[in-house]
Write a protein that binds this ligand. Sequence first.
Ligand SMILES: Cc1ncc(COP(=O)(O)O)c(C=O)c1O
Length: 374
Amino acid sequence: MSSSARTKRSLYMEWAKTHSHAKYNLATSGLIGVPRTEFPINLDELEITAPGGYGYRPLQQRLARHAGVPEECVVAAAGTSMANHLAMAAVLEPGDEVLFEQPAYGPLLDVVNYLGARVKRLPRRFEARFAVGLDELQRAITPATRLIVLTNLHNPSGALLSEEVLQAIGKLAHRARVHVLVDEVYLEMLFDKHPPFCFPIGNAIASANENPFIVTSSLTKVYGLSGLRCGWILAAPDLARRMWLLNDLFAATAAHPAERLSVMALDHLAQFRERARLLLATNRALLDSFLDSRRDLECFRPPAGTVVFPRLGLTHRDPEAFFQLLREKYETTVVPGSFFELPRHFRMGIGGDTESLRVGLERLSAALEASAKP
Ligand SMILES: Cc1ncc(COP(=O)(O)O)c(C=O)c1O
């Protein structure tokens, strides 16, 4: 494939939309969607169109309260996907150098390529529990570096960046006058374990020169509310303003019914959080006993989240053939590690309904038995 074709599409997203579906889908990374019957809809509060502006005030207020930052730091966007695109487009010029974690969520990397930036990889190694090496990061920064891109929790491994590590990254970045984009779309899966939201680490209302962090997130993954496309960016006010102005070239205005529904969702977030917490507590126990039972898989077990990224042992000689067998004969999908540049791994998610997960894991075990060659 030519490099220009590579930069104007996302192979992972195409695969997710066309090939990830299966009777037992362990490929999704989010929580099973909230059905309309469980959504606290108030039809009297629904409206089709509103006067245009930079954000719908009631939504801006709720997002700011949710994130614990002033409203002028919040830019609403269509999902974390658009939030990431907008955030990176606002700070990058063609030819700028971007330090990008590896393995990485493909569509994020595809956007950097599309924007014409030069990508330099920052390894997060399986052997190091997918941590970010601070010395390595420091050595990798050059005068051309403009942005560092990380996910927290890490997709695909689920690894958590601690507050101390984020503080250290913030200091390095501030000294080098580099921005740090942290995609936090999975972070609230820590529930009561006090997520190290990195935005308040910097002084939220300082200028972008003083606070290097840019944070993106949405209601998609943790709360099972993907359809609302309720995403946001947190950035220093001067940078946030630049993003709003740039958005005039992209979406211009948001779908207003979605803004109204997002306000309703944020007013009932505790209900969705509890649903997620209970489901994941049950499902994680199933995952743990599955992993305990498999000597042919090596797996870093993250502290929270919906995904893990096991590595197939050498008895599985052809990972791609294994994924095909799993899908075709066992009606079960996982995300092949090739989408994360590590073909012996696969990513599996536990955010589905418990019974499907239980059967999916049984089928995964059966397929592993069938594929192993001594
Ligand atoms: C790291 C990461 N960022 C963003 C997204 C997309 O999120 P959203 O549905 O909010 O656009 C995903 C989806 O898998 C993801 O894994």
